[in-house]
Design a binder for this molecule. Sequence first.
Ligand SMILES: C[S@@+](CC[C@H](N)C(=O)[O-])C[C@H]1O[C@@H](n2cnc3c(N)ncnc32)[C@H](O)[C@@H]1O
Length: 222
Amino acid sequence: MKMLEIFEGARAAQYDKAIPHWIPAYHEFHAFIATHLRQHFSTADPLAILIAGCGTGREIQEVNLSPHWQITAFDPSVEMIRQAVEQYSNQPNLQLVHGTVAAIEKEDFDIATLMLVLHFLSDDGAKLDLLTNMGRRLKAGGQLLLVDIYHSDDFDAQLMQLQDRLQGHFDPDWIQQGIRHIKNDIFYITEARLTQLISEAGFSSIESFKKSYFYGGWIISK
Ligand SMILES: C[S@@+](CC[C@H](N)C(=O)[O-])C[C@H]1O[C@@H](n2cnc3c(N)ncnc32)[C@H](O)[C@@H]1O
């Protein structure tokens, strides 16, 4: 069972620079978080937000919309969370935790994010375990904003398109290494399987908010 994907070395150091090339809509997926929060919550009222697998902290920019909102962000990779600490630890309404979801005791978050994490976990109980644990930490009616690689019939064609987009701009070996990684190391699942998993994890509904290549974004309600 694969329950963790540790980012370290060059992968961690170059993450912020590399990731928008591999996920062309990376910033749009993240910007949706702020749009969604502004639409549904008042910045005058308290709100508790959990960011799972925050990495270098990109989501923190999107959720830090009010001093009344309390943000908790965790990540198990020391070299990733160190970058988040360097950039954001001066924010008084933010708690940064090095660890997994098990390190989070609070169980009444209003909203949580799980961006680009779940696809690294195997679908033999590990994905379900993380989803169940995220659900447990949300209050009734709370929402999980998920972005993940998913599998569809045109997955291979989309992967080819991404490869074509990168070709000519970057080192061919670097591109091939990334394509192999997406093909071989990711535990991607279909939307139907994701729907089944979120139901088993105790959530009540799932709604897609964006798709780009083989990346999808969903609002999952408890
Ligand atoms: C691709 S990065 C995504 C970082 C950030 N969410 C973003 O959107 O840029 C994946 C992150 O998930 C973290 N991670 C790996 N396994 C995890 C787990 N089981 N629970 C939470 N985070 C995990 C890694 O340490 C890494 O920082």
